[in-house]
Design a protein around this ligand. Structure first.
Ligand SMILES: Nc1nc2c(c(=O)[nH]1)N[C@H]1C(S)=C(S)[C@@H](COP(=O)(O)OP(=O)(O)OC[C@H]3O[C@@H](n4cnc5c(=O)[nH]c(N)nc54)[C@H](O)[C@@H]3O)O[C@H]1N2
Ligand SMILES: Nc1nc2c(c(=O)[nH]1)N[C@H]1C(S)=C(S)[C@@H](COP(=O)(O)OP(=O)(O)OC[C@H]3O[C@@H](n4cnc5c(=O)[nH]c(N)nc54)[C@H](O)[C@@H]3O)O[C@H]1N2
Ligand code: SF4
Ligand SMILES: [Mo]
Length: 705
């Protein structure tokens, strides 16, 4: 990298866990990031970034950036640290790890990471070879779509399925639990164009958010009841002869069983579960079946309840019932990650099996840290790319565990997050412009390259360099750690795969991005003639994997089917009522906690501009629910259940239905009055499939504070 005087621009990539994976134009002036904007040439980015990222230079040069390794000098959580050198930090870690491994074995060390950075080099799998090399406990990462991805693979197989750009050709677009305008902004122009061409846009969501406002029809469903709606839609489609019998006969397994199975799920029955009108359910099913082509964009919240995985399966069955796959712009859009020929197996190295090493689901971190799990005690926690003190349920147990004086915690971070505050050693991490990476995308079909553009801020290092250093210090001889970034990238993808034809690393470095070699969006209907990637090659309405026990989705330990109690999944998608909502009269409100518009999960929750934009933690409450509790707009309220209480400002609005409350996630616990944020209210119970979380089945009560 050459830093020169004066101003120059580079093409880079937004590193965030966001489906849009924007191509960025970065202006560097005198060796510093000056400005970022969206790349106007990129067919998906189309020139704009988003509200979170427009002032990215402030993020890079924030006075709060961690710039050197730090060692704790005060009590846990006090935030008292002193700078130390990298050598000292690595020595401290190696000494403790050797001692822990000798005394309690490597499983007493628990790594913890997610997608703070989504790059192929520095993202999800970057630490796996190191920790697997030591034989530590394995951290199972299922809290973002693990359930719905499993449902998808069970029903359709690992197929890219739909090019998001082809939504311009859709005539009926169902946005099912996705706040596109906040969370997938760059998809919106494609939907808007379809709408301008006459498509009807339907939003199914408990919240009338900014996306629902723009829809032609908003169905305000009760949280956790989507399976009832999808099953009743199938009931109507079969009962009224709206199914595409030819597609069913040729490209599905189990249509007759499914048709019989859904006879019980009438619109009247589903109306009781969902809070929707039976006639609206019929209309939705009829319009969806009649439109050519119809499209469903499914968001992550579907999976987050007792029947959430089954809801996702039912939704993934729908396009086959009406033959939507026949057309460009027909089918279902979840995430087209499967289009990218990433060698996940090589990136994370050989994964130990469940009978070889302890696997700890990330959702159970609080339990793991407070001695509630089998196996050796967790004596050390290593966190990178994640902020569990904010993003996972059971916040009180997580904070209590992190406060253990005997827990040796290492955190690699940009900022002193609620998690890092409890560390013994904090290690400074680089941001996008300070490191090389290549991005796949879970929202479009382009690879995007990001070159290092500036010197690292302070002594920060990229995640892959962090693990090179740790591997050397721990004496791991895995040759992976001696590879350069380019050498790692050479192995990270199957560059000879057909969809990589014409794409080289050199080309990506020059042009910034490249569309996978797949048909252009206007000709992309990959399942027009079937060819699904399930074991049968067909849409498995009856799943052959359901009874199969322990398959691991080919993506980084996400998605292991099986009900919470370990019993097999039903062969056909099946209804289960919410577990918590409606079960206890003391907690009559259903709480959801969707994403914050101005934060990226918990990131930017410490930045003034984004905090201003997002405002304080707010609870959206229906006017009737507010009135019956004597709560006025702007009042301080206490939101509580048996797990705990959080404080918020009441936002009295009919954007939510009576009986439902919404409190976005992302605010830091430390920045919240009372020291807890919304995940203090959520349970660590799993959903039905893939050990997904259950944010959409949380019961609370609210009172004036
Ligand atoms: N601004 C912003 N953008 C983001 C993120 C962020 O934090 N902020 N996070 C990124 C990440 S990691 C992800 S996974 C994506 C997620 O993007 P989305 O899939 O849009 O995720 P959520 O906001 O969690 O939930 C989407 C919608 O589901 C609704 N919902 C909740 N429960 C239910 C239910 O039971 N049924 C139905 N039908 N709807 C329900 C919520 O009201 C919400 O509007 O966004 C990414 N983009
Ligand atoms: N209540 C509720 N909780 C939720 C959700 C919800 O809808 N409701 N959504 C869930 C979902 S979908 C997701 S994906 C998870 C998100 O969970 P996380 O991925 O843990 O979310 P972030 O808050 O983005 O935390 C990432 C952390 O990594 C740090 N980081 C960023 N880049 C780097 C890097 O290059 N190196 C290192 N070392 N660190 C880096 C950031 O500073 C940040 O603190 O949250 C889940 N939690
Ligand atoms: S967070 Fe998402 S929308 Fe915003 S710049 Fe990054 S990729 Fe684009
Ligand atoms: Mo996510």
């Amino acid at each position: 990298m050459a830093v020169t005087e004066g101003s120059r621009t580079h093409l880079g990539a937004c590193p965030h866990d966001c489906p849009d994976t924007c191509s960025m134009v970065v202006t560097i002036t005198d060796g510093k990031v000056d400005k970022v904007r969206g790349n106007g040439d990129h067919p998906f980015t189309r020139g704009g970034l988003c509200v979170k990222v427009t002032d990215y230079p402030n993020h890079v040069y924030s006075a709060d950036r961690i710039t050197t390794p730090l060692e704790r000098v005060g009590p846990k959580g006090s935030g008292q640290f002193r700078p130390i050198s990298w050598d000292t930090a690595l020595d401290r870690i190696a000494e403790r790890y050797c001692e822990i491994i000798a005394t309690d074995g490597p499983e007493a060390i628990l790594p913890y990471s997610y997608l703070g950075n989504m790059g192929i080099l520095n993202g999800l799998t970057v630490g796996d070879r190191f920790f697997n090399g030591l034989g530590t406990s394995v951290s199972e990462r299922t809290f973002c779509d693990g359930g719905a991805i499993t449902a998808y693979i069970m029903t359709l197989g690992p197929t890219a399925a739909v090019d998001p750009e082809s939504l311009v050709h859709s005539k009926y677009i169902v946005i099912w639990a996705c706040n596109v305008l906040s969370n997938n902004l760059h998809l919106w122009p494609f939907i808007e164009q379809a709408q301008a061409n006459g498509a009807k846009v339907v939003v199914i969501d408990p919240m009338r958010h900014r996306t629902a406002e723009k829809a032609d029809w908003h169905l305000q469903i009760r949280p956790g009841t989507d399976a009832a709606l999808a099953l009743a839609m199938m009931h109507v489609i079969f009962a009224e002869g709206l199914a595409d019998e030819d597609f069913l006969a040729n490209h599905t397994v189990g249509a007759a069983e499914l048709a019989e199975h859904v006879q019980q799920y009438t619109p009247e029955w589903a109306a009781k579960q969902t809070g929707l009108a039976a006639d609206d359910i019929r209309t939705l099913a009829r319009e969806y079946a009649a439109a050519e082509p119809s499209m469903i964009r499914i968001g992550v919240a579907i999976e987050r309840s007792a029947a959430g995985g089954n809801a996702a399966r039912a939704i993934f069955c729908l396009p086959a019932l009406v033959g939507a796959w026949r057309h460009v712009g027909g089918g279902v859009l979840q995430m087209p990650i499967w289009a990218f020929p990433v060698n996940w197996d090589d990136l994370h190295g050989p994964h130990p099996r469940a009978d070889e090493v302890r696997i700890v689901n990330q959702w159970r971190l609080g339990d793991a840290l407070t001695g509630q799990l089998d196996g050796p005690p967790v004596r050390s926690l290593f966190v990178y790319n994640s902020n569990p003190a904010v993003v996972i349920a059971g916040q009180q147990a997580v904070l209590a565990g992190l406060a253990r004086e005997d827990l040796f915690t290492v955190v690699s971070e940009h900022f002193m997050t609620d998690t890092a505050r409890y560390a013994d050693i904090v290690l400074p991490a680089t941001m996008a412009m300070e490191q090389n990476d290549l991005m796949f995308s879970w929202g479009h079909l382009y690879l995007t390259y990001n070159p290092q553009m500036i010197e690292p801020v302070g002594e920060s290092v990229p995640n892959n360099e962090l693990f090179r250093r740790l591997a050397a210090r721990m004496g791991l001889d895995d040759p992976w750690f001696s590879l350069s970034d380019d050498e790692q990238l050479a192995r990270a993808l199957d560059w000879s795969a057909p969809q990589m034809e014409g794409i080289t690393l050199d080309r990506l470095k020059t042009e910034g991005y490249a569309r996978l070699n797949v048909p252009e969006a206007g000709a992309y209907a990959p399942h027009a003639a079937g060819g699904f990637l399930t074991p049968s090659g067909k849409v498995e309405l009856v799943s052959s994997m359901a009874a199969g026990g322990n398959f691991v989705a080919p993506l980084f330990r996400q998605g292991i089917p099986g009900n919470q109690d370990g019993s097999p999944v039903d062969a056909l998608p099946t209804w289960r009522p919410p577990v918590e909502v409606g079960a206890d009269a003391r907690f009559p409100l259903a709480l959801i906690s969707p994403k914050s518009h101005a934060f990226l999960n918990s990131q930017y929750g410490n930045m003034d501009r984004q905090l201003d934009q997002q405002g304080p933690p707010r609870l959206a409450l229906h006017p009737d629910d507010a009135a019956s509790r004597g709560i006025a707009h702007g009042d301080r309220v206490r939101v509580f259940n048996d797990r705990g209480a959080v404080l918020a400002v009441a936002r009295v609005t009919d954007q939510v239905a009576a009986g439902v409350a919404a409190m976005p996630m992302g605010h830091w616990a430390s920045g919240s009055e009372g020291g807890l944020s919304v995940n203090a209210l959520n349970a660590t119970r799993y959903a039905d499939i893939g050990r997904a979380p259950t944010f959409s089945d949380t019961a609370v009560q609210v009172e004036r504070a």
